[in-house]
Design a protein around this ligand. Structure first.
Ligand SMILES: Cc1ncc(COP(=O)(O)O)c(C=O)c1O
Length: 396
């Protein structure tokens, strides 16, 4: 295989880049894939080289060929200044906050944020002396009214992974950058394939790689991409200082997942939308929250800024007891009841966000269920839900 120059590589389509990135047969004994390199200690040829750490890899916590291959793949679609990899998606969120905020700083966090990220802000960040204010996810350019002299960062998540409020990222970025404030985004739902966060000015782009990157529900991993070299330096320093190493097997499995990511999402986006449309017509369903579905809240922003959608959305059922919801969900044979998403399998998750939201209380009249559409046949999935709705009616 002839090696491409970096400019030739950059000109390739994202799908091709995901297939090629991080592969160098010369480094892999001729094999297609990079090797899984396990290791703590690196040995040096002599004292002089050791003293100045003259080696491609210097110690296990400084990186490895397997990790570098994954970083190359993530970089190829994030298109920022550099990526660091973390042992979970949650750690990608918390490391981004730790790297950016210092004691005395103020951070603004969307009220629709992933709940464990909120938990970190309420505990660890506050303990560090960082002031945290939650804001209405639909705030748009009015975010500027919430800035204080010590505001350092705005945390966004578009859409919120349970309630699906679609944030106006360009408006938030414009206001933030005018005031010298950084913007971080949890971009797990759209992935860099469907929302080019750095092009929209997002400074720190977070991905729970556990979801559509790894995609087989067998790995926890996260990535953070920095928009500028200065931010990457800061982020990478924090990553090093914390000793945040990822097991090479997990890096390898994630990279393997990423090879097929574009093609999986190409299947999962229309499947998710078709299911959302089907559910919208069901008499038991009051509302479907899926930003890529015409008529759904946030659709106009999605259409303006996003190039695609993943297969995660929420339905609000018409008012019914939780016993009836349990009857529906417990009997499902294809959908598992479980947290996470982005894997090859379909999942459902009942939730009630009213318990922890502090700024905006979503106006749900009936129970809410989040749905992830995997790679099963859509008609089989509809039949499973159809039987579930029959149980819901019978138990109502
Ligand atoms: C939006 C979002 N961000 C981050 C995470 C954290 O990812 P992980 O499960 O890898 O810690 C999740 C997990 O569900 C999520 O939904």
């Amino acid at each position: 295989m002839k090696k491409l120059s970096s400019s030739e590589f950059a000109r390739l389509d994202e799908r091709t880049r995901l297939v090629l990135a991080g592969r160098d047969p010369e480094d892999s004994y001729g094999f297609v894939n990079p090797p899984i390199v396990r290791g703590s200690t690196v040995v040096y040829p002599n004292t002089e080289d050791f003293l100045v750490r003259k080696a491609r890899y210097t110690y296990g916590t400084d990186g490895s060929p397997t990790l570098d291959a994954l970083v190359a793949a993530a970089n190829s679609i994030e298109k920022g200044a550099g990526v660091v990899v973390t042992p979970s998606g949650l750690l990608a969120c918390t490391l981004a906050l730790l790297a950016a905020a210092s004691s005395g700083d103020h951070v603004l966090v969307t009220d629709s944020v992933y709940r464990p990220t909120r938990n970190f802000c309420d505990t660890f960040l506050r303990r560090m002396g960082v002031e945290v204010t939650y804001y209405d996810p639909l705030v748009g350019s009015d975010i500027a009214k919430l800035f204080k002299p010590n505001t350092k960062l705005v945390w966004t998540e578009a859409p919120g992974s349970q309630t699906f409020e679609m944030q106006d990222i360009p408006a938030i970025v414009e206001a933030a950058h005018e005031h010298g404030v950084l913007v971080a985004m949890d971009n797990t739902w759209a992935t860099p394939l469907f929302f080019d966060s750095h092009r929209f000015g997002v400074d720190l782009s977070v991905q729970a790689g556990t979801k559509y990157y790894a995609a087989h529900s067998d790995v926890l991993i996260g990535t953070i991409s920095a928009r500028t070299p200065e931010l990457y330096k800061q982020l990478n320093a924090a990553w090093h200082q914390l000793g945040m190493m990822v097991a090479p097997e997990d890096a390898f499995l994630t990279l393997r997942g990423m090879r097929t990511m574009a093609i999986r999402l190409k299947e999962q986006m229309p499947a998710g939308l078709a299911m959302a449309e089907w559910l919208r017509e069901r008499p038991e369903v009051a509302r479907v929250l899926h930003p890529a579905l015409p008529g759904s809240p946030g659709h106009d922003i999605w259409k303006r800024d996003f190039t695609g959608a993943s297969s995660l959305f929420t339905i609000e059922l018409k008012p019914v007891s939780m016993k009836a919801v349990g009857a529906m969900l417990d009997g499902l044979t294809l959908f598992g009841i479980g947290a996470s998403w982005g894997g090859y399998e379909s999942l459902v998750l009942p939730f009630d966000c009213r318990a922890y939201r502090t700024v905006t209380t979503p106006n749900f009249k009936g129970p809410t269920v989040r749905i992830h559409i995997g790679l099963e046949n859509l008609e089989d999935l509809k039949a499973d839900l159809d039987a579930g709705f029959a149980r819901l009616r019978a138990a109502s």
